[in-house]
Ligand binder design. Structure first.
Ligand code: GLA
Length: 389
């Protein structure tokens, strides 16, 4: 799949511009094992890059003209790098323009280039195709124009591009995972300091399977930004009542419960989810380290119910997929993953039964929603990189 993606992207470049591209880069999508909606809530998260990529074929131009080609969308956008950049009505281009804008804001010197990209990361499926695009462009610009950016800066530039040109006030997890991913490792990331550690992604006799609900997360932008406002309000109330609380990390469940009436039902539910999820992450990491995949799976399932009932970012289709998966004896954990309102569920399934579980769910989903379920047996892969290195 990866080889074919690279070949097709290269070929497309050559067909359009009658010359081979000078550089090839790959930037991966991501999963998150646990720690959902915690990257902007003072938590730890446990993401990893996966073997689904955006491939970039790119060459410098002699002048300041930039040509962007979205192969899969059959769309092109051209502009001059010296002109002021602002969001346009092509969403895919905004992720790229947003990154270039950030680089220019930092007074970094860019020149014209021609870029063709193509992807095996499904779009709008909660696998962070947008972060892969942003980080791939930051990485490519860094390489082409010797910008001397650190990996952390690239991730932050991608995040900022998402805030300013895509309108999603996202945390840092997706971009961090895309840039810092390592083969067969999950990343334990402290979202308050960006300190991180790699942990072996050893799931023993289990396999991670993603079920793509094929519900595109169109409400993500507003829903996501609403959640951020709600938890911000909640934390302000908690701090006002408990001056010792500096962030959600040192706020206990008992404090949240004691403030139930003051917070009001919705904000109470959001804050309760956050403190419970913060508490689950270290337990999940310990379970993974000990090889106790059953326990890890149970924690992931608890996360699902928190996201669905308290944080309210799931949708009926994902709830159905989780319930059906958990009805199978060979599935030890299942939950919705990512920002929510559609996208994928992540499932911990006994390896030898993965195919039969996929078949059963595909059938059940078709009967219930008349949607063809997509299933991905993913592998944990390395982060954004130059192809061949
Ligand atoms: C989206 C955001 C991330 C993170 C997740 C939820 O993917 O881009 O920053 O908040 O949702 O964990």
């Amino acid at each position: 799949m990866k080889k074919k993606l690279i070949q097709n992207t290269k070929d497309h470049f050559e067909k359009l511009f009658q010359k081979p591209a000078k550089h090839i880069f790959l930037s991966p999508g991501r999963i998150n094992i646990i720690g959902e909606h915690l990257d902007y809530n003072d938590g730890f998260v446990l993401p990893a890059a996966i073997n689904k990529y955006i491939c970039f074929a790119i060459s410098e131009n002699k002048n300041s003209e930039c040509v962007l080609v979205a192969k899969d969308l059959n769309d092109v956008y051209t502009f001059d790098i010296n002109d002021p950049l602002q969001p346009i009505d092509k969403m895919w281009a905004n992720y790229i323009l947003g990154v270039l804008h950030q680089l220019k804001e930092r007074s970094l010197k860019l020149k014209g280039f021609t870029l063709v990209f193509s992807s095996t990361i499904p779009m709008g499926a909660g696998l962070s195709s947008s972060a892969a695009l942003e980080c791939g462009v930051a990485y490519a610009m860094n390489d082409l124009f010797q910008l001397q950016l650190s990996k952390e800066e690239m991730a932050k530039i991608g995040q900022k591009a998402e805030h300013t040109f895509a309108g999603v006030n996202c945390g840092i997890m997706d971009q961090f995972a895309s840039v810092f991913g390592k083969k067969n490792k999950v990343i334990k990331l402290d979202c308050t300091t960006l300190a991180y550690e790699y942990h072996p992604a050893n799931f023993n006799e289990y396999q991670l399977v993603l079920f793509d609900s094929c519900v595109k997360h169109t409400h993500l932008t507003s829903g996501y930004n609403d959640r951020r406002n709600e938890v911000e309000q909640g934390l302000a109330i908690i701090k006002a009542n408990y001056p010792e609380v500096t962030s959600f990390r040192n706020c206990t469940e008992a404090m949240v419960v004691a403030l139930k009436d003051t917070l009001g039902e919705i904000i109470f539910n959001r804050c309760l989810f956050v403190v419970q999820e913060i508490a689950r992450v270290p337990l999940a990491i310990a379970a993974l380290s000990k090889g106790n995949i059953n326990q890890l799976g149970e924690l992931m399932t608890k996360t699902h119910y928190g996201l669905s009932e308290l944080y309210e970012v799931s949708c009926p289709e994902m709830d159905f997929l989780v319930a059906e998966a958990l009805g199978e004896a060979e599935v030890v954990g299942a939950r919705m993953m990512g920002g929510g309102f559609g996208g994928c569920t992540i499932n911990v399934v006994k390896k030898e039964t993965a195919n039969s579980v996929i078949q059963k769910l595909t059938k059940a989903y078709k009967i219930k929603y008349n949607i063809d379920l997509k299933a991905y047996k993913i592998k944990i892969a390395k982060g954004t990189s130059t192809y061949g290195i």
